[in-house]
Design a protein around this ligand. Structure first.
Ligand code: ZN
Length: 340
């Protein structure tokens, strides 16, 4: 990690801790869960594409051994069509995205859950209804993630598109090899290299082939899928954070915390500097900005809560006389007592 990145990360943590105040422990734990989740994703996603391409490459070598010819031809194409169609990319991507959404939502909700439990533990209220409310929030957030559309497409449609892109790219490479009568071993190698290192490597080693294919194959098909996985993970973390905050009685606003304080992009800077009368970058409940602001954005949302002692005093006052704290009474009826 460069010094610059380190400094930026430290500044972000400082802002996070400042915003969370007495609840810093839970804010840090949530951020850590989220970061750990994001860290493994590039390898995981690339492995899916490598597996798919390697399978086709193996098939090509096998066909050559079986006497399909020393030059790629239409018989190869016909034989390969089935394994190209049977690629498991979409199922594997779905597996990663679905696991990531669940874990990111859990990480996002964990902060407000920690906050609420710590507050409740200072009163005579039972904890069990709180667990139930947060379990509901989790389920609701996961469902919202799958229901989200982008460019009119649901997540499952977008996953399918990414899998199709890979199939098309592999088909293009094979078709080109057939057209030029390439040595099948070379074609197998080109497929293996494409998914590992992208089009740039191929352009260097197979300049003519790349010139012929031009923009018909993506620069790096697995990177495009990774970007989608990252976006969905960030969105799930944001969704979890917002839904959980909305069932937390001390919730007063949502703060946008920049991942890169010294040099934020203009979109994130706009979010972090917006003034809604609650302090810089703090949004009222119900008016929270969606995460992420753009692909690969590492900024985060952290909920802001009422001063702890004042809030506990209000809780105790409400327990003596429910009518004295209408907002808490409403929370008790709608969230705490909701057994559905
Ligand atoms: Zn950002």
């Amino acid at each position: 990690m460069s010094k610059f990145v380190m400094k930026s990360a430290q500044e972000m943590l400082r802002q996070l801790l400042k915003t969370a105040g007495p609840y810093a422990k839970w804010a840090l734990a949530a951020r850590k869960k989220y970061i750990n989740l994001r860290l493994g994703q590039d390898q995981e996603v690339r492995r899916i594409y490598i597996r798919a391409a390697d399978k086709v490459a193996r098939e090509i070598r096998r066909l050559k051994r079986q006497g399909y010819g020393n030059r790629m031809n239409i018989r190869y194409m016909t034989a390969l069509e089935l394994s190209l169609r049977q690629n498991s990319i979409v199922e594997s991507l779905k597996g990663i995205v679905s696991g990531s959404i669940e874990k990111a939502v859990e990480a996002g909700t964990s902060y407000s859950y920690g906050v609420t439990l710590s507050q409740i533990s200072r009163t005579k209220l039972a904890k069990e209804p709180i667990q139930r409310a947060f379990f509901r929030a989790n389920t609701q957030a996961v469902e919202a993630c799958w229901a989200r559309t982008q460019g009119g497409l649901h997540l499952s449609d977008r996953l399918w598109r990414h899998s199709e892109k890979a199939r098309t790219a592999m088909t293009e490479i094979i078709q080109d090899a057939v057209a030029t009568g390439e040595d099948p071993v070379e074609t197998a190698r080109a497929l293996e290299k494409y998914v590992r290192r992208g089009k740039k490597t191929l352009a260097y080693e197979y300049p003519e082939m790349m010139e012929r294919m031009g923009s018909r194959i993506p620069q790096d098909v697995s990177y495009e899928a990774l970007r989608l996985v990252r976006t969905e993970t960030a969105a799930a973390y944001g969704e979890g954070t917002i839904v959980a905050a909305s069932v937390t009685p001390s919730y007063i606003g949502m703060k946008w915390v920049l991942s890169n304080y010294s040099n934020p992009c203009h979109i994130c800077k706009g979010f972090a500097e917006a003034d809604h009368g609650l302090g810089k970058g703090i949004y009222p409940p119900g008016g929270e900005p969606p995460m992420p602001a753009h692909p690969n954005c590492m900024c985060t949302l952290v909920s802001v809560h009422e001063d702890t002692d004042a809030f506990i005093d209000r809780l105790n006052a409400w327990m003596k006389n429910p009518a004295s704290q209408p907002d808490l009474e409403k929370w008790y009826q709608d969230v705490y007592s909701n057994v559905a």
